[in-house]
Design a protein around this ligand. Structure first.
Ligand code: UDX
Length: 447
C-alpha cells in the first residue's frame, strides 16, 4: 500500500533512502535547506557519486513519485512519515554533533499540520529519540500528536542501493509499538526480518554493529602487524579464519584501516557515550589506536625504503577516496597520508577515478593527475591507498619503466608479493609474510 513519505536531508543517506522508497512505489518528497542542492536535483543532477543512484532518481522523478523541495510545509502536507536523514558529524571530543537533527526536528514541529511519525535514520547517540520528541513537543505552536521511531541505516557507500533493497534486517525502536509497526509496513516489500524494540536499544544496535565491524578491521590489522614479524600471510590467515561461521570472511581485509563518515565518528561517539556514563571503553580505544597506526605504517615503510628522509621525494597515491566506488573522502586514509608526507617535505601526486574534485578541495597542495601511469612518471614510490578495481590490472612494466625507483607500497594488499618481486618491484604490503625479512629476503614460500 503506497504511502506518502518526507525525507529531511539529501546527503548519502537521505537521497538514497528517499529514492529507494520512491522506487518501492511510495510518494516521496526530499527536503534540504541548501537551495543549490535542491536546484541541482531538480535539474536531474546528483550531488553525490553512488552507483545506480542517478538513474533511479531520474526514473522516479519521471514517474512522479520523487520530489525535491526546500520547504518543510510543502513536504509534510500529505506526509504520514518524515525521515530525519541529516548529518551527525563528530563534535568536540568525539561527541556526535546533533545541530542538524535539532534543526530538522524544530522545522518538523513548526510545519506539521497533522499527526505524523518521525523516523530517525541518521546515526544518533543512544537517547536521541527521546531528545527529538522533547524538541518537537517544545517547538510545536500547538500540540499535534506524533511518534518517534528509530530506524538506523545499514548502507555502505558504493553499494547503498543494494544494501537498502537487500537488508540483512530492519531495526525499529519506539516507545509506541503501533508507530513502529506502521514504519514496518513500508519495509514489507524488502522481505527481510524486522526487529521491533525500544528506542534506546535500536539506537545502540546501530552503534554496536558499526563498532564491531570497525573492531574486526582493527583486529585483522593487529594480526597483520604480528604476521609481518612472524612471516605469515595475513590474507591467507583471514581466509582460514573466515570459513568459521562464527567469524565469517567479511571485514577481514588488512590494510590502511577504516575511514569514511561512519566508522570513525561512530566509534568515537560510542567511546564518548561510555566515558560520560562512567564506563571504561578500553577495546574501543584500542580499535581507534590500531586504526591510527595503520595509516602511519605507510610513512614508516617509505622512510625505510627511501633512505630515512622524504624531503623532495616524489610519491604517488593510487586512490584518494576512503574506499572504492565512492567519491567520499571523509576520514580517507589517503588524504591523511598525503598530509603526513607533505609535512615531511615530500611532493605528493594523487589519482582517483572519481574523488579528485573532493580531494583537491580538501588538500589544494595535492597535485592531481589523470591516470596511474601519469602518477608513476618520475615517482620515487607509489602507494596503493584505495583498492579501485582499475588498479588491479595495470601494465606494471610500463609503470616500472617510468618510475625513478620501482618502490610500491600496497596499503590494500591488492597485489601478489611473488608477482611484484618477479616484476622487479621493491614491494611492501601489509602483513603478507613473503616480504618477511630477518636480515635477509625470504621467497614467498619461505625457502
Ligand atoms: C559502514 C557500514 O558498513 C554500514 O553498514 C554503515 O551503515 C555505514 O558505515 P561504509 O563506511 O560506507 O559503511 O563502508 P564500509 O564498506 O563498511 O567500509 C568502511 C571502511 O572500512 C572503509 O574505509 C574500508 O576501506 C574499510 N575496510 C572495510 C577495511 O579496511 N577492511 C575491510 O575488510 C572492510
Amino acid at each position: 500500500m503506497k504511502k506518502n513519505i518526507a525525507v529531511a536531508g539529501t546527503g548519502y543517506v537521505g537521497l538514497t533512502t528517499g529514492t529507494c522508497f520512491a522506487d518501492l512505489g511510495n510518494r516521496v518528497t526530499c527536503i534540504d535547506i541548501n537551495p543549490d542542492k535542491i536546484a541541482m536535483l531538480e535539474r536531474g543532477e546528483v550531488p553525490i557519486y553512488e552507483p545506480g543512484l542517478s538513474e533511479m532518481i531520474t526514473r522516479n522523478v519521471k514517474a512522479g513519485r520523487l520530489h525535491f523541495t526546500t520547504d518543510y510545509k510543502t513536504a509534510l502536507e500529505e506526509a504520514e512519515y518524515v525521515f530525519i536523514c541529516v548529518g551527525t558529524p563528530s563534535g568536540v571530543d568525539g561527541e556526535a554533533d546533533l545541530r542538524y537533527v535539532r534543526m530538522a526536528a524544530e522545522s518538523i514541529a513548526k510545519t506539521m499540520t497533522h499527526p505524523i511519525i518521525i523516523v530517525n535514520k541518521s546515526t544518533v547517540p543512544v537517547g536521541t529519540g527521546d531528545w527529538v520528541a522533547d524538541i518537537v513537543h517544545r517547538s510545536q505552536p500547538k500540540p499535534i500528536p506524533f511518534d518517534v521511531v528509530s530506524c538506523p541505516e545499514f548502507m555502505r557507500e558504493g553499494s547503498a542501493l543494494y544494501d537498502f533493497m537487500n537488508p540483512d534486517r530492519v531495526v525499529l525502536g519506539s516507545k509506541n509499538k503501533d508507530a513502529a509497526e506502521k514504519v514496518a509496513q513500508i519495509h514489507i516489500p524488502l522481505r527481510t526480518r524486522i526487529i521491533v524494540t525500544d528506542l534506546r536499544t535500536a539506537e545502540m544496535i546501530k552503534y554496536a554493529s558499526n563498532a564491531f565491524l570497525a573492531t574486526k578491521i582493527s583486529f585483522i590489522n593487529e594480526i597483520a602487524a604480528i604476521c609481518e614479524k612472524m612471516g605469515a600471510d595475513v590474507n591467507e590467515v583471514a581466509v582460514g579464519m573466515g570459513y568459521d561461521k562464527r567469524i565469517g570472511p567479511q571485514f577481514l581485509n588488512a590494510g590502511l584501516g577504516y575511514g569514511g563518515s561512519c566508522f570513525p565518528k561512530d566509534v568515537k561517539a560510542l567511546e564518548h557515550m561510555a566515558l560520560v556514563q562512567g564506563s571504561h571503553p578500553a577495546l574501543l580505544r584500542a580499535v581507534m589506536d590500531i586504526n591510527r597506526d595503520a595509516r602511519r605504517w605507510v610513512i614508516f615503510q617509505l622512510r625505510a625504503l627511501l633512505g630515512g628522509q622524504l624531503n623532495h621525494r616524489k610519491i604517488g597515491l593510487l586512490g584518494l577516496a576512503f574506499k572504492p566506488n565512492t567519491d567520499d573522502i571523509r576520514e580517507s586514509p589517503a588524504l591523511e597520508i598525503a598530509r603526513m608526507l607533505q609535512y615531511e617535505g615530500a611532493l605528493i601526486t594523487g589519482y582517483d577515478p572519481v574523488a579528485m574534485g573532493n580531494a583537491s578541495r580538501d588538500n589544494p597542495e595535492l597535485r592531481l593527475v589523470e591516470s596511474a601511469y601519469e602518477l608513476a612518471d618520475g615517482a620515487d614510490a607509489l602507494v596503493v591507498c584505495t583498492e579501485w578495481n582499475e588498479f588491479k590490472q595495470v601494465d606494471f612494466v610500463r609503470i616500472k619503466e617510468s618510475m625513478k625507483q620501482p618502490i610500491l607500497v600496497d596499503g590494500r594488499n591488492i597485489y601478489e608479493p611473488d608477482m611484484m618481486q618477479e616484476l622487479g618491484f621493491i614491494y611492501r604490503a601489509v602483513g603478507r609474510g613473503s616480504t618477511f625479512t630477518n636480515g635477509h629476503e625470504f621467497a614467498h614460500n619461505g625457502n
